[in-house]
Structures are given as structure tokens and as C-alpha cells.
Design a protein around this ligand. Structure first.
Ligand SMILES: CC(C)(COP(=O)(O)OP(=O)(O)OC[C@H]1O[C@@H](n2cnc3c(N)ncnc32)[C@H](O)[C@@H]1OP(=O)(O)O)[C@@H](O)C(=O)NCCC(=O)NCCS
Length: 167
């Protein structure tokens, strides 16, 4: 399968409805409506930054949106707000490809994110990509199974800021 990653635009929003949301929100309907509205709002902001991964069209299949990553980027510091890969295409390196693309494009100094403590796939992925923990927000998320902590993580980019925070 050939996969292409490119900047997210408003034209991608409709296709994003077909992708499951992160597990830290409650109902599926809320997740879809809130998420698409939130993504549109991010994209409309000056600092909004996002990428989408597509499987290129073949004779057997039209172009298919596989996942997205979205966040902010200000002065080469970036923050990831959301990352989702289509459930039937997970564990094929797409999440890794989206994070690398995002950090390379937007996080020359530092990329920040937060992840639910119980979200082991995402936490493992970020560790695997070189993110390190630097904080914890207790009972920050409301999930279907009660509250969960947010782990704060960051990763330095290719251009070190003059004054580096200790990790
Ligand atoms: C988290 C998520 C984006 C991972 O996407 P993915 O395309 O499956 O990830 P990759 O295939 O690139 O995985 C890269 C590495 O991450 C880790 N990883 C990914 N999924 C994992 C899982 N289910 N269990 C353990 N480790 C996992 C592994 O280290 C993996 O490397 P390996 O396959 O060589 O062992 C995907 O599971 C997802 O969309 N989850 C729902 C939304 C979500 O929770 N988003 C995160 C919000 S903070």
C-alpha cells in the first residue's frame, strides 16, 4: 500500500468523520460532532497545524483517508492536540509516520503533547518516537470508565533552543 502524508485542509474534514476518535471522550456522536468542529476551528487559526495520511488510489480502491494529526505551531514550538489512525489500519506504522511528519514540519525546537495514562497504545507510540515525560495532570480526563491522569510529554527537535528545559 502506498501512503502519502500532506498538510490537512478544510477539504479533508468530511473524510475525517469516518475515523474513530480518541478514547478520552464519551459518546460516539459527541466525539464525531465535537471533533470535526474542533478540527475546523484549529485549521482556521493562524497557528493551526495538521497532517493527513492517505492510501493512494489503486484500480481496486479509491483514495482512502487513513489518519490525521493536528495541533499548533508557534515559532518552531509545536503541540499535538489529536492523533488518530483508522482502526482497521493500525499497527502498520501510520501513527509513527504522522508524528514524524508533524515534528519535522512544525516542531524544530520542541513538540509537546498530553496523553491519558491508560491509553497504552498511544503512550507506547510516543515513547517509541522519543518523547519523554515531564509532568502529570491528575484526574484530568473524563472517560467512559471514570477519570484518568494526563501525562505531559515532549520531544526536542533538530534545532535546539538556546535555553533547553531539562527533561
Ligand atoms: C495510538 C494510535 C494513533 C497508534 O497508531 P498506529 O498507526 O497503530 O501506530 P504505529 O503502527 O505507527 O505504531 C508505532 C509503535 O507504537 C506502539 N504501539 C502502537 N499501537 C500499540 C498497541 N496497541 N499496543 C502497544 N504498543 C503500540 C508500538 O511501539 C509500535 O511499534 P511496533 O508496531 O513496531 O511495535 C492508534 O492506536 C489510534 O488511533 N488510537 C485511537 C486514538 C488515540 O488514542 N490517539 C491518541 C490520542 S493522545
Amino acid at each position: 500500500m502506498d501512503i502519502a502524508t500532506r498538510r490537512m485542509t478544510a477539504d479533508d474534514l468530511n473524510a475525517l468523520k469516518g475515523i474513530d476518535a480518541a478514547p478520552t471522550l464519551n459518546s460516539t456522536a459527541d466525539r464525531t460532532a465535537d471533533r470535526i468542529e474542533g478540527l475546523a476551528s484549529f485549521l482556521g487559526q493562524k497557528a493551526g497545524a495538521g497532517l493527513v495520511a492517505y492510501a493512494l488510489a489503486t484500480d481496486a480502491m479509491p483514495e482512502l483517508l487513513l489518519g490525521y494529526i493536528i495541533g499548533f505551531s508557534v515559532n518552531q514550538d509545536a503541540e499535538i492536540i489529536d492523533l488518530v489512525v483508522r482502526s482497521d489500519y493500525r499497527r502498520q506504522g501510520i501513527g509513527r509516520q504522522l508524528i514524524k511528519g508533524f515534528c519535522d514540519a512544525f516542531g524544530d525546537h520542541v513538540t509537546y503533547l498530553e496523553v491519558a495514562r491508560k491509553n497504552r497504545p498511544a503512550y507506547q507510540l510516543y515513547l517509541n518516537m522519543g518523547f519523554v515525560e515531564y509532568g502529570n495532570r491528575k484526574a484530568y480526563y473524563q472517560t467512559a470508565n471514570g477519570r484518568d491522569d494526563a501525562i505531559l510529554m515532549r520531544k526536542y527537535g533538530s534545532i535546539s533552543p538556546d535555553i533547553k528545559l531539562k527533561s
